[in-house]
Design a protein around this ligand. Sequence first.
Ligand SMILES: Cc1ncc(COP(=O)(O)O)c(C=O)c1O
Length: 338
Amino acid sequence: MLLARFPRVSLCELPTPVHLMPRFGAAVGHDKLYIKRDDLTGLATGGNKARKLEFLLGEALEQGADVILTESFAQSNHCRQTAAACARLGLDCVLVFASVEPEMYQANLLLDHLAGARLVFAGEISLKERNRILNQEAKQLEQAGRRPYVIPFGGSVPRGALAYVDATLELMRQCDERRIDVRHIVICKGTGGTAAGVAATSAMLGKLFELHVVAVEGEGGLDHMRAEIIDIADELLRILGRRPLVPVADTFTLYDNYLGAGYSIPTQEGIAAIRTLASTEGIFLGPVHAGKGVAGLSDLVRRGSIPPSEAALFWHTGGVTELFVRPELFQPERRGQG
Ligand SMILES: Cc1ncc(COP(=O)(O)O)c(C=O)c1O
């Protein structure tokens, strides 16, 4: 009901599953660890962006758009899902990358290409410059008689983040039905829209859980990133016409200590988390996003911030294709020759 007035197009298989991770829990010393499988949203290997695209492309179709443009780096999960969604809906897709064109397309980039997106490699430029090129592409298309719709970086505008209000309500229903009292949720933050949707819902409902947000990019530092989440969440509450029962700022803790040297640079802890989750539960994480998230979850359990008596849930936001960008990180140890 809350979201019924926002145009939406169906792209995901919902609800995504929630289940216990008994063998992973035993490995990290917590027997009430759950996972929400947004890696199984069903669009182009899954992930959180498919949910956002339901609302963004819903708006685009309502406006009569016939070509979708968005921007990121060449191995973006957001771009992969946008390209696939456009293919499914019969829309043209233009992706602007702040990257040089690689000799060999692989992982997400290969999928973007297969889905028929037009790829614009703008070189190693600033985000501001990339945004300028994106808008210029949109303008040229408009002048040629097309109807472009531009999705900003990561789809992290309030319209896209509405999807994580919907997703959090979905999770709360699943927990109610199953009588799971989730006290802690751990989720990754890139551009911030996903965490903002969860935080806004928590603020609206009076803080039902502790939200632990693991930053996987560190642009601007902790205060800036916190403000990004709060701004999107406040705007979400405004467009929903809801007053928060607790301030958004009080609903989450943001961590930058699982990021390592920066966005898309793998950490030892993230790689270890990927190996452990894969070998205990058969669930795959990528080194750019969810691997660092599960490293954060494991550390919070170890430190007692997530005590063994309180159920916790990792919100898996996808990104399995990241594994195929850096396969050398996961090769078996081989004995020396001779
Ligand atoms: C797999 C994965 N997890 C988490 C995130 C973070 O989502 P957001 O950009 O909404 O913070 C992203 C996007 O960057 C992602 O691709």
